[in-house]
Write a new protein. Structure first.
Lengths: 298, 298, 298, 298, 298
């Protein structure tokens, strides 16, 4: 995610960040520029087509449909933004759930079960790392904290690591209940927290695996292309060579919206607009350390 | 569901997938093409109607109402998309609930109740299959895992299989409480999970059985048809034969939106845009196996 | 509710169902037709008003405000649809809650308390019927199942029957706890379910009793009328007699949206677009029978 | 709240209810009428300004910005409507929570604790009255039911009466637990209900105390005024004296939307569009009586 | 937050509050004024460019894209408003949660544990202050109430103070359970309340730390600038010197929307439109005092 101050207009307007749609669309914009220039040259200089009112009137198509395309693109962007925001919410909940469970475990386990506390601290941290790796389809073993009963290297690439981890955590909780460390109401409280971990994992998988339906996405792309590539036909006799910046700018606006939507609808990647999952994992780990090993906090 | 990479513009624009609205609308587009061609020929060549300003001015109708029709269609698509997304959420919750309940049952039942574990594992898998079949109004007996106490073949086609299954599962849970295997707080925890199964089933039935109100759908279709079929009247003297691609393209855009909405508003079918229920059932079954029979996971 | 296949375009376009807005608006459309015809005749033939640019330019009013009226109507329809959908959700939840509570009561009461089971089965069914009658302000005594301790005929028309019923049900639950049939955690589980019944009832009453604020509804109707009845003034010199179909069609579109909104915003009536409450009550009763008296299911 | 039948078009269109925006805006409309008349007279008769194309072309401003102002106003109205609806939901929840808690208390307290039942019945009724008074910043002592342990007159005007009441209620609940009347699970059930009372109170306070941000509201008002008062400049040479009804009507439409939004965004007042809090308090009190003192119901 | 009466039109229209966008945008408006004046002077007087239809027709760009820019800005404002409202909800929940937990602690601790009550009263108050300071990245030690076991000065600036505090509170709760002051069901009730504190903190951090994605914000600013700075090109020959107020006003409208959005999307600052966190902290502290030390209330 790009950190920025939204109130710095001048800086934002003149900088061309690598997340900027201008940069992403550059090759396409060049192409549109060349296409429109060629079209304008051929029509105005070479073919010498007489100005026909019919072609001119075709511009009515673009004003009639300009409204639909705008609405569709804006809704598309907002749908994508909703997913991005939901992904953000899920990771925010993960931070919360980690903190809550850490606070509770610390005081439920007390001073005497230091080992257990360390176990849970590491395992919860590992869960977050595992979720991040799961969502990015990577698997960086070095990011995990080493625990004897959890030999991360032995887990195959195709197994569902977060599920495996939460299973181990819950197993330990129920074991501790059997040993009498946790009482019935503690189990209810802890269960509420750990259930959230799986729910967050499921929600993130859903966002990741369900892009907008194919028909919708495909229709929108076709619509933009036909709309922009037929623009010169309708406006050439009104604008002559001014048609070139005109078409390029319209295409820039419409395609930018689609490109922004594509980028933010999957918020778990490592792109510039994506959520800072690495930083969040670090935050969670630091919180866990602060809460569960009080000597470091003081 | 079609798996695709939304960032591959060129591929998406030039491929005509079977889920593409262009393919679905092809017969209708041909019809609109023939209608407009005939109309244009008759008006311009045969009837030799003089250009009257009155008819020309009728085009004001289309710009006045162009806005309403666009808004209605975009909202229609978004309502449909909301259902699709809600259906997706429900099945995501089913995956989650299955995992959660599996993790809990595994450690609550421990090493000693292997048979019970197997029972629950199969029954939860069967529940998901039953829900899929219920929503698609199919009943493929071979998809169910065989359990002695659950003779699937004996269940009639008209009975509500998911309800029947959840009843059997809950019966077993309460039996195990009576036997002292589960304690009071475990019942509360398990109840929370199993309640979700019925809630998911109910929500999916709601999405399936409540299409958008008839008045709305019928009005929209009538509006699109009248709008498009009166387009040539208003624009024929401005565009002459150019009216043909014009009307075809406008119809393509408007009808596509309605067609996309129709397709995605019932997300449980077996169409190209529908949710991959089969794949999800497989995912659930694999998760259940991984969690509940640990020897296979290692 | 009208059952229909949204993909059957031809059938939907040419049929004029009784839920169709065309039928509902027919008298009004005739009136608008007569008004516009009279206006056109008077202006064009009788008064012989010279074509004045001023009147012609008044059409600018309709394009300026065409946008506001469209937006308002589309949002109006969507607000109404949201209520319809929320009503649908509430009844879906009622189906779910009934099933859940039935499953639980069946196994909590076991084989020995057949009478109690029958009592709950009938009372839950009666609750749904009572809610339906309450929302429709009818009271069909014959729809209730007879129970000795619940003499439905003795309840006055003005008392809140659903509340009365849920009170009796909860009374029985607490009695059974006192007798030792239900334990503490069962009470918690059952309470969660029965609380939903009152919540569903309250939500349905809210939807029923709170139409959109009067100012909003009144303003919208006045706006549509003034907008449509001033249309001929602005367009008469552009369209001459073509003004008649023009105004009728614009009015059809705008008024349809308002009519659809009015119909679906109270989804509990017995109109064509309303929710199939009768059918849902039957579904609930059948589910209850299937779950609570297993001999009938086999 | 105005009770009305939304389907009675004729009645609604011709009646000018006191909640009607036409009545509220009357002085402003007169002012706009005088302003536009004076402007038109001065320009057309007195100053004798020649028709300049430049001024005429200024009308492009109004069509360019007509879209933004419409969108803003419609969204403004819908935001306000959302608050109104949320306020309605909260009071609906209050009715529900009162009923639920009454049903439970009745059977938990049984036949023997008549006095306690009466206490809770009165206190819950008083809570609703207190919330109403709190939200309206009034304090009608006569609306409260007299209870010895709750001397309403002694409470100062500045203290938070609903908080005070819920505190007394909870105190009594915990006392009854100590006396052994309520068991642990009953406390959990009752706590869930009483927590809702404070949550409803907080939500209503939030709606009441947070109008839409000042910048937004101030910008919108300035925009409407500049937009409408510059309308005559752009259109005077097209419409001449027709400009007068034109500007008045446009102002009526735009200002109505803002006025409706202002009215419904705080739904707890005593205006015509506001929620019928008095009636709802009566409903709650009657429900409490019916449920908790069964002799009156029969 | 600015307290104001939204119904006072005249006052709002003529006052230029410091939160007014007019004041914030003043330097930019001057710049746009100078730019347009210079452009107009150069084109009309100095360069003496002949009126070319091509340039004139460029205005079609602004009407085609006027719709997209309006939609984008309105959605932008509404997204920002949603965050503002969510922030408001979170702080409303904090007020509620504080009240609820205070009521419960008061009666659970009874008359005998005065010291404990005072401890919780101060700690909950401190939590709210800490959250406020945390969100504003300030740390005013004097705002905290002094407690012996919580030496606020010793906490480093980089530690997460709210987390630290909630940890201490929960520790005390579990200690009191061990001492037998709280029973199991009380722990469940209190846990529900305290969990909310962390959840509110997490949600506020999320709103604070996740501005709208950079691509979106950057694209919108670039779009506004290009749109407004190319306006004079398209309209100069229609409007001549009238272009100056025209462009300034359009820029005022569009930029205002962006500025409002920027202001309200982070509602936790100390700006004029931001939430009154200081006042809310005071409200919470007063509520806590009223509820937990009854002698002061009488």
């Amino acid at each position: 995610m790009v950190d920025y101050n939204p109130k710095e207009w001048v800086k934002i307007i003149f900088s061309i960040h690598k997340a900027d749609t201008l940069r992403k669309l550059f090759p396409l914009l060049i192409f549109v520029f060349l296409y429109t220039s060629a079209f304008a040259y051929l029509v105005l200089e070479y073919w010498d087509v007489g100005e026909t009112a019919d072609l001119k009137n075709l511009s009515v198509l673009h004003s009639l449909l300009g409204f639909v395309i705008s609405l569709l693109l804006v809704f598309r962007t907002n749908t994508a933004y909703d997913r991005w925001w939901e992904g953000r919410k899920q990771w925010g909940s993960l931070v919360n759930a980690s903190r809550n469970v850490a606070v509770k475990l610390t005081y439920l386990l007390g001073e005497t079960h230091t080992e257990e506390k360390l176990y849970f601290q590491k395992m919860i941290g590992n869960y977050c790392v595992a979720l991040k790796n799961h969502l990015r389809k990577t698997n960086f073993y070095h990011e995990y904290e080493h625990i004897e009963t959890f030999p991360i290297q032995r887990i195959g690439d195709d197994s569902h690591v977060p599920n495996h981890l939460i299973g181990l955590i819950q197993q330990r909780v129920f074991e501790l209940q059997r040993k009498g460390v946790f009482s019935a109401e503690h189990i209810l409280i802890l269960d509420y927290e750990f259930r959230q971990f799986t729910e967050i994992c499921g929600a993130c998988e859903r966002i990741k695996n369900s892009p907008i339906p194919y028909s919708y996405s495909s229709f929108l792309k076709k619509f933009i292309i036909i709309y922009c590539f037929s623009l010169p036909v309708g406006y050439i006799f009104n604008l002559h060579y001014l048609i070139i910046p005109f078409v390029v700018f319209v295409f820039y606006v419409l395609a930018s919206l689609e490109v922004i939507a594509e980028e933010i609808e999957d918020p778990f990647g490592a792109d510039a607009n994506d959520l800072p999952l690495d930083r969040m994992c670090e935050t969670i780990k630091r919180s866990l350390r602060e809460i569960m090993t009080p000597q470091q906090a003081s």
